[in-house]
Every structure is written in structure tokens, then in C-alpha cells.
Design a binder for this molecule. Sequence first.
Ligand SMILES: *Cc1c(COP(=O)(O)O)cnc(C)c1O
Length: 372
Amino acid sequence: MSQLKQDIYGRIGVSRVINAAGRMTMLGASHLADEVAEAMAEAGRGYVRLSDLNDRAGQLIAGYTGAEAACVTTGAAAGIALMVAACVAGADPAAVELLPEVDHGRRDILIQIGHLVSFGAPVAQMVRIAGGRPVSVGWANGVRRDHLDSAIGPATAAFLYVQSHHTVHHGMLPLSACLELCRAKGVPVIVDAAAEEEFGLYIGMGVDLVAYSGGKAFGGPTSGFVAGRRELVAACRAHERGIGRPMKVGKEQVVGLLVALERYARRDAAEAASELARHQRIVAAIANGLRDAPGVRVEIIHDEAGRQIVRAAVHVGPERAAALAKFLSEGDPPILLRGHHATEGFLAVDPRPIDDNDAHLIVERIRRWTSS
Ligand SMILES: *Cc1c(COP(=O)(O)O)cnc(C)c1O
């Protein structure tokens, strides 16, 4: 623990945390590999035309994703805004400078109601800052094909699909059905795939644009990218002279993202399997460590959004989950578990950002809470 105090965060007087919540942007997203961190430091020591760097980054990312084109963003949130800006205003310089105002009526962004979530900020707001008007489709407990079909009209600029553990999964239309309906009427389909792991999946399905976080699955710095059709990506880039300016990405982030993506792309099945085995070992250690803890039941669960992630769900009951989260986050060092299901009575330990030692500290701290 004294070692934790001597790092850069301790020196500037900010406490470092044990992040067992996941690849959360608000907790720093990812632990950078040395290769990524060194590349970022090197990038920071020189000058470059950002436009040259962004052009080249777009080519490289297009190569990884199989898309016609791509561009770097500050994250998936900026990606949503830029995808919407591209669909609402295109690349016309006057329209770019006018946003978020729009001088025509084609600005509706259709979204299934269960996808109108907050990932820490509302998806709908990312749409509005780019001049779009979020229009919800269907009911909270079910969206039918005819709901989407009849929502499409002359005011429709795009359909936004959010792929995430944050969304409602029950009763929503699958992306394939949305694509089919939207294609038939010439409506662009844009996807927020912030934390998804397969960067070629949505492009392969034929979506028009998709946004990812660079700092989540891919282990990059806080960053992101949009990939998709050439003309629409060029329109995203055009907004660098408009609403995209306060979302500009620094050269260090662009370089860090490229190195992280290169590492991710060359990762083989053996590496992925050994990482999964490491996760399983950590999750089992949490379950074993808390086996006889009073009032606690641990269950191994799989990711809600279908990703290859196992987690340890620590069930303490709906009345006590918030108190446990508070106790853990107020200790030294603060421990943050995944709280999405606290109202259902459990907190989850995400093994990706922690090591064996952290797992041990988590077990100890939870045991201390049960005996206090
Ligand atoms: C994290 C997240 C975002 C925002 O991504 P950033 O890279 O932090 O901007 C958007 N949508 C979803 C579903 C997310 O999980």
C-alpha cells in the first residue's frame, strides 16, 4: 500500500483506486501496456500535422476493422455525436458551422426506447449536441418491426443502435432486423459499440457507421474511433471545423490508440485463452475467499451483453448492496466494484482490471464488512 502512495497520483495528492468495476472511462478505462505508454511518451516529444496523423490513423483503423474508412475520436460518446453530425449535416461547410442548429427538417435520429440509456451521460444528449432530435421507437417492454417501420419518414436522418450492457435487452429488435428495415428505406444505421470487443463485427453486418471506445476492450488510452462508409467518415472529419473541435484528440492519444489496436489485432487465440483463464482464476479466488462469509453468496456470472467476460457476483441483498459499495469505496485504498445490479442485491467483481493481490484485498475488505 505504501507503494501505491508513491506513484504519480499519490504525488499530486489523488488516491489511486482498485478498479474491479470494469473498463470504465470514469475510472481511467484501461491499464496501458508498456509498449502503448512508451509510444505515447515518444509521440509527445515531437511535432506533427494533426491532419496527417489523423489521415494515416484512419487508414490503419479502416484496415483493422475492414471498413472503407475510419477516424479517431476522443471516445465513443464523441463518436455518437460525430456520427449524428455526419448524418444530419453532412460535410457542407456552412452546415458544419451552423450545428447544432440545422436549417432543414431531416434531423430525427430513431432509437429503440430500451436503448435510450445513460452510460454516465445520456445517449440522447450526444444526439442533440450534434443537431439530431432523438425519437424513441416502441415500448419499454417491446419494440415491434412495425413500430420501427412506421417511425421512418421524411424527417429521419438515421437510426442509432446501442450495443451495451447498459441497454434493455428483453423485447428490443435485434440489429439484423433494424438493418433490414432501414436499408429498405435508405436510412443510415449507426451503432454505438463502445465497449465491444470485435472491431469487425458490425462493419461485416453492413452498418453505415460504428463507434468504439479505444480505452475499453482494446486497452488504449482514453480515445475512440468511428469506422464505416467513406463518405460518412469524411463527413465526421468535416466536423473537426465545427462541433468536433472541442472533441479533438491529442497526438499522444492517437499514437497510443494505434499501438493498442495493433497489439489487439495481433493477439492470438492462445493469448485470449490465457487471459480468460486468468479471469476465471481470479473469480474463483473471490468465490473461495468468501465461501463461509456470513450473509454473502457468490455466483459466477457471464456478461449481460454477451461478451466473453466472467465476473463474481457478490450477493448481499438489495437492502445491503449500497452499504457494501460505500464501505468498499471509502476504505484505503478505495475499492470499486461493478454496481449496475446493486438494486437487485449484488455487486460484481470484474477480473479484467485487477490482479491476484487486488482480489485478495477485495476478499479481505468484504470479510471485514461482514464482521463489522
Ligand atoms: C462507455 C460508453 C460510452 C462512452 O464512451 P467513451 O469512450 O467514454 O466516450 C458510450 N456508450 C456506451 C454504451 C458506453 O458503454
